[in-house]
Design a protein around this ligand. Structure first.
Ligand code: AHG
Length: 287
């Protein structure tokens, strides 16, 4: 009961965050700062502003002990009496804003050690033609909310079919491993269609909304652990896909929900999809 109350308060805070970041995207200067984030990437002013919006909203929730952000080097303690740690990527894909493509916020709530098995809820916000938010706990299906007027309305829960039609494959193709290239080509031969915007949130949202498909960000010869970060991106989406009747694994075919990062900014190869496509990954990767 207590946890449910905390999650409801958290969800309401993330709805406020969504509206605040949406306003910032539509009205703020997009320039770069002189600083770079802990992954060595240049920081857009909007990344930093979004990070601050989330930090400020979560600091008002007494049960949030600390936050870990893609934009911060280390854990930030918020409330000494709190219980949960929230890990988030405040504005994923922000470099796409120049081209007016959709971007997103990803978040996961951890109870205990920072690893997959401790995640108790997760979600994401999509800043697109519509403002949408998806939230799930370890029970039930992911719930889709949409801003209509000045209020988020519940739209539906998200469930994947046994297989889909979309093939969303990331990373630089010249660095793909041969078996990965084969897998992607075979899916196209089976009739899958390419859908890849370069934003993890809209690309995964697309698969969830259309009921299936494969999103892959493999380990490559230039990025041996892939690109996407475990705590802020990979594990939160793994919970969403599993709760939506899909699967989420790494290149060793372990569940992404079993990952244990050594460092808060650790990355992992990742595959998200419906059951058929993830079985195809298992075959391609020899597991
Ligand atoms: P960034 O926030 O630096 O724009 O990165 C976006 C992430 C993620 O959202 C997306 O899935 C992936 O990077 C795309 O990377 P590739 O262009 O290498 O496929």
């Amino acid at each position: 009961m207590e946890r449910r109350y905390s999650m409801n308060r958290f969800l309401e805070a993330m709805k406020r965050v969504a509206i605040e970041i949406e306003i910032a995207i539509k009205s703020e200067d997009l320039g770069y700062l002189d600083s770079s984030n802990s992954s060595g990437e240049e920081q857009l002013k909007l990344d930093v502003k979004s990070d601050k919006i989330i930090e400020d909203e979560l600091s008002k929730l007494s049960d949030i002990k600390a936050v870990v952000s893609e934009e911060k080097d280390s854990i930030l303690e918020l409330n000494g009496q709190g219980r949960y740690i929230v890990c988030y990527d405040p504005l994923d894909g922000s470099s796409l804003i120049d081209a007016n493509l959709s971007v997103g916020t990803i978040f996961g709530i951890y109870d205990g050690e920072l690893r997959g098995e401790s995640i108790i809820a997760s979600g994401y916000i999509v800043y697109g033609p519509r403002l949408e938010l998806v939230f799930t706990t370890r029970e039930g299906r992911p719930q889709l909310y949409r801003l209509i007027g000045d209020e988020f309305k519940y739209i539906k829960s998200l469930t994947l079919n046994e297989r889909g039609k979309l093939n969303s494959s990331g990373a630089t193709q010249r660095y793909w491993k041969p078996h990965h290239k084969r897998l992607i080509e075979e899916l196209f031969q089976e009739g899958y269609r390419l859908r890849y915007s370069g934003g993890m949130v809209p690309d995964l949202h697309h698969i969830l909304i259309k009921g299936g498909g494969l999103f892959s960000y493999p380990a490559t010869s230039d990025n041996i652990n892939g690109k996407l970060r475990q705590l802020f991106e990979v594990i939160p989406f793994a919970l969403i896909f599993e709760r939506a009747n899909g699967e989420a694994i790494d290149e060793n075919c372990y569940r992404l929900l079993e990952l244990t990062p050594e460092d808060i900014h650790d990355r992992s190869s990742c595959f998200f999809g419906s059951k058929y496509e993830i079985d195809r990954v298992r075959v391609a990767y020899g597991r």
